[in-house]
Structures are given as C-alpha cells and as structure tokens.
Design a protein around this ligand. Structure first.
Ligand code: DGL
Length: 270
C-alpha cells in the first residue's frame, strides 16, 4: 500500500503548481497527475457536470492504484469533495481549501489583515471560503471576487501578454482598493502562476498561495494512515491530460525535467 502512487488532479495545468511542493516535501512518493485540459475551464460549469468529471478522473486515478488523492482544484474542492468522499469512502482526499484556511486562521490570530480571496465563478459562488472562515473571522473581514478570464488566458500560455495585465487591473484594482485589502488568497490553482505578476503590480499585498499548506496536510494524512512511502519508487512520475497541449508538456518538463517522467494523452470521455 505504501508504495502505491499519490494521485493529484485539476481541471487543467493549474494543479501542476502544486507538484514542485510535493517533490520537495514528499520526495519518495510517486505521483500520478491528471489534468482535464480538454474540458477546462470547470469554473463556469454546473456543479453536476463538475461532479461527474471528478468521478471519472478519480476512477481513472484509482485504476492507476493511487492510495490517496489531492484535489489540486478549488472548483472541484468547493463542489465535489463531499460527494467524492461519499462515493469513494476508502480513499483519503485532500482538498486544496481547508488546509490554507487553517493556516490563515492561525496567522490572523497573530496579525489580523484585511483579507480577500479570488477564484473561479463556481468557487466564489459556492461560498466555501466564507463558510469555512465564518466560525473564526469577523463577518466583514473576507472579500471575494471571481476572475473568470484568468484561466483561459493561462491555459493559452498568455501569462506574460499585455492582455493578462489588463485582466489583472480590471479585476483587482478596485477590489483591492475598495476593500483596503492587505492579504489575498489565490483561490484557484491556475492563479498561482500569476503570483509574481500580481505581487509586482501590488507590492504591498501579502499573497497567499495554498499549495504548500495542501502538501503539508497531505504529509500528515499519509502519516496518520500509515501510507507514507518508505523507499523511492522505481517507476517514473506519470502525467496524463485529456488534451496534450504544448504548454502542459513544457510546464511538466520545467518542473520535473524531461527524464524520469511520462506524459500521456488520456481520453476519459469513453
Ligand atoms: N484550477 C482550478 C481551480 O483551482 C479551476 C480552473 C477552471 O477550470 O476554471 O479552481
């Protein structure tokens, strides 16, 4: 069981931003990643569709022998987590949302900052961040904003294009100023790729990237369940996508290096 791989999935390439943290924190674990690049974005789809896609992906990851699954997608974590836990009760699922909320709540107790969260339309409308923070933070201390144009631009590889700068200013200038934000949670894994850019535009803002908290939570859950790998796997990390874009392949090669990595097309729409 310990030597089985760790599954991780996202609607596309956003979840790849969690992988470097996994490689650093859990170097013995073998990773099987699935990015649903053919059907991204999830952030404007119905809850029913997101749940159906998530079931298909989890079934595929379980066929690959995964012992636990990281949901590296806020949109899925906010709409399908409970449903997945019910359908696959034997598998530990690690959401990307709860661990960062716990981390932020601890920090807020020491130094309360005016806090914002940005995410997809589905994540923001689900109200998941508001609900999780509710018990811990004052009612008006969290501002939320959906930024639906970010994901298509990122999937198209346009992070450094002037259109991305325009989109950032369009969504964030007034949002940050009107709410006097001091800290911003990147509530969509795709947005992790904008971290430097957003920091450059708003240098005073503390940016919170949930990837590390998710990986630390994964480490604890694997340890609690006696599932931590004890020796390095002889098999390579595997990355699957429902549409193999050049951008996806380039990102994986940047993260893992071209050796010891397999990248394959996988159509789940059978
Ligand atoms: N990366 C995903 C998230 O964290 C969703 C992007 C999308 O498909 O809309 O929410």
């Amino acid at each position: 069981m310990k030597s089985r791989p760790l599954g991780i999935f996202d609607s596309g390439l956003g979840g790849l931003t969690v992988v470097p943290h996994l490689l650093r924190e859990l170097p013995l674990e073998r990773i099987v990643y699935f990015g649903d690049t053919a059907r991204t974005p999830y952030g404007s789809k119905s809850v029913k569709t997101i749940q159906q896609f998530s079931h298909e992906i989890v079934s595929f990851l379980l066929d690959q022998g995964c012992k636990a699954i990281l949901i590296a997608c806020n949109t899925v974590s906010s709409t399908a987590l409970n449903d997945l836990k019910k359908t696959f009760p034997a598998i530990p699922f690690i959401s990307i949302i709860e661990p960062v909320v716990d981390e932020v709540v601890k920090k807020q107790k020491k130094e309360a900052k005016r806090l914002g969260v940005i995410g997809t339309k589905v994540t923001i409308e689900s109200g998941v961040y508001r609900q999780l923070f509710k018990a811990e933070l004052a009612e008006d201390s969290l501002a939320e904003k959906a930024c639906p144009i970010f994901v298509p631009l990122i999937e198209e590889g346009l992070i450094d294009h002037a259109m991305m700068d325009l989109a950032i200013h369009y969504y964030l200038d007034d949002f940050i100023a009107d709410n006097k934000l001091e800290a911003l949670i990147l509530g969509c894994t795709h947005y992790h790729l904008l971290e430097e850019k957003i920091q450059g535009i708003y240098p005073e803002l503390t940016i919170i990237n949930p990837a590390k908290a998710q990986v630390l939570a994964t480490k604890s859950i694997l340890a609690e369940n006696h599932l931590l790998a004890t020796e390095e796997s002889r098999e390579e990390n595997a990355f699957y996508a429902s549409d193999l874009s050049e951008n996806f392949i380039r990102m994986i090669n940047n993260i893992c290096g071209p050796e010891d990595t397999s990248i394959e097309f996988k159509n789940l729409d059978l």
